[in-house]
Write a protein that binds this ligand. Sequence first.
Ligand code: M6R
Length: 606
Amino acid sequence: MCGIIGYTGPLEAKRLLIEGLAGLEYRGYDSAGIAFFRTDSKIQVIKQVGKVAALKEACEGISVGSHCGIGHTRWATHGGVTNENAHPHQAGQVTLIHNGIIENYHQLTEEFQLQDELVSQTDSEVAARVLDRFYQGDPFVAIQKLVGKLEGSYGFCILFADRPGEIYAVRSVSPLVAAYTHSGAVIASDLTALIPYTQSYFVVPEGEIVRLTPYKVQTYDLQTFAKTQPPVMTVNWNMDAAMKNGFPHFMLKEIHEQPEAMKNTILPRLSKGLPDFTDDGIDDEIFRSCTQVHIIACGTAMHAGMVAKTVMEPLLRIPVTVTIASEFRYQQPLIDEHTLVIVISQSGETIDTLAAMRLAREYGSQTLAIVNVKGSTIARESGYVLYTHAGPEIAVASTKAYSVQLAALYLIACRMALVRGKYTKEQARTFLAEFLDVIPAMEEMIKRREEMKAVVTHIINSPDAFFIGRGLDYAFSLEGALKLKEISYIHAEAYAAGELKHGTIALISDQVPVIATATQDNIFAKSMSNVREVKARGAFVILITKEGAKVDGDLADIHIMIPAVRDIFTVFPIAVVLQLIAYYASLGKNLDVDQPRNLAKSVTVE
Ligand code: M6R
């Protein structure tokens, strides 16, 4: 979950590292730290609890002519949020930053008798001390020995005191990307940190060591130390994509970017009005031959899967199961070689999703990953990949990634219906033509954002909020509740509207906000009955329907109407509504919209 950056080259490293960390802060913001070689070739470490801004302040007045260093922004796993536990960690000749979890750090502490040496509670310091024990002047040998001892996940960037100007790195599971650029050599946990310097990069392969010098970035096989050449990749994101561009928050900017992201994800995959994955290299056979679909993901991505289930099952008439990745791993999943496993991940690095996908492959299932970050681990390891083209998503709360994940899933549903004979070409064309109507509908809801702003005055003083709906309305209510709770800290839950009376309705009392969605014609009347039930118990009802829906005048305290797109597509404009409600609630409570407490963007620990 932590952010990592390393730089060596002609530029001033301290400034570059701090700027890089500010861009990586969404990965964790418990503490931040840097280490760099000073002009006298000694290593200096500066670390500070809190955000990168606090580190920047701590660095002020420290004038150095540094050109090589490493930086880290922490999401605490082992040990509290203290300066001692902040990275970098130093042990003898070694200064190291780490992303991941060393699972056997207790055993290593005992084996190497480190108990009296440790100054932090972190697994990372244990790795630093073990590495120092192994270091006899050859970084490659020492790193090889260290890796041989480790269990868990790691991305390390390492400085050795007697090797000024050089950075060494190695990883297992935790991501690292690197590049040699006109401005020097850069390595980072995320592409966004490389974008200011280059659009060409490579993913640090597992089982290899990288050495960065001011003149070169070279990878070496971890066992033989022979030079290797990982494939170079390009990214078409630019700096603007990773900046706020006049918006007060990344989240608001990313909400606004949704119509464009939708077009970028859908339009290149249309051919003669039909979905076409030829350029993605996806073989129709995986759609034709499967007997079931199993969707695996976490958080928002899993909620996209819940929506897909409600769309796919009635259309394809095969079982579509959605499983939380962290649960899937420890079940004995009912999948086999006839199962199409769809894995969804914005980052492509979520550890539970990755592990679940690996397990699915062991079962012989076909895997199709819907991923936003090009070259990420899930993308590389999946049998097939469908990239979403949302550009970098920086706000911790996922918005545009959700919409484009849905877009990809709807395209898949349509293609599957076509190749399985559930749709004629004409029906598929109609589906897609109506699908494209969601883009102006989303634009309209973005323009009408003041309506959602007005709603939140009725929510932000309540400790609880409930989201209710049936069918598809329920599936996207799950995401609405997650959005609200993660950035406004209001306890929010989504319920299938018909289930309320089996317990939860006990929680509905005077003025409790209930966000009720009723956009599905076939169950509209049933949903209205459920809204009536909560209204009768004093709820403050924020009702969301399609334009033209007939609603009794006294039922809703606030009524938001979305454009009348076809029922199965209402999730798209409603996603905008629910995201904006959460955004303004967070703003209204004066909270940190983009970096909510306890969270990090990319969850690379179990
Ligand atoms: O990168 P991923 O899509 O795999 O991330 C999965 C979840 O951690 C993520 O969707 C999370 O729930 C959102 N940031 C919440 O808004």
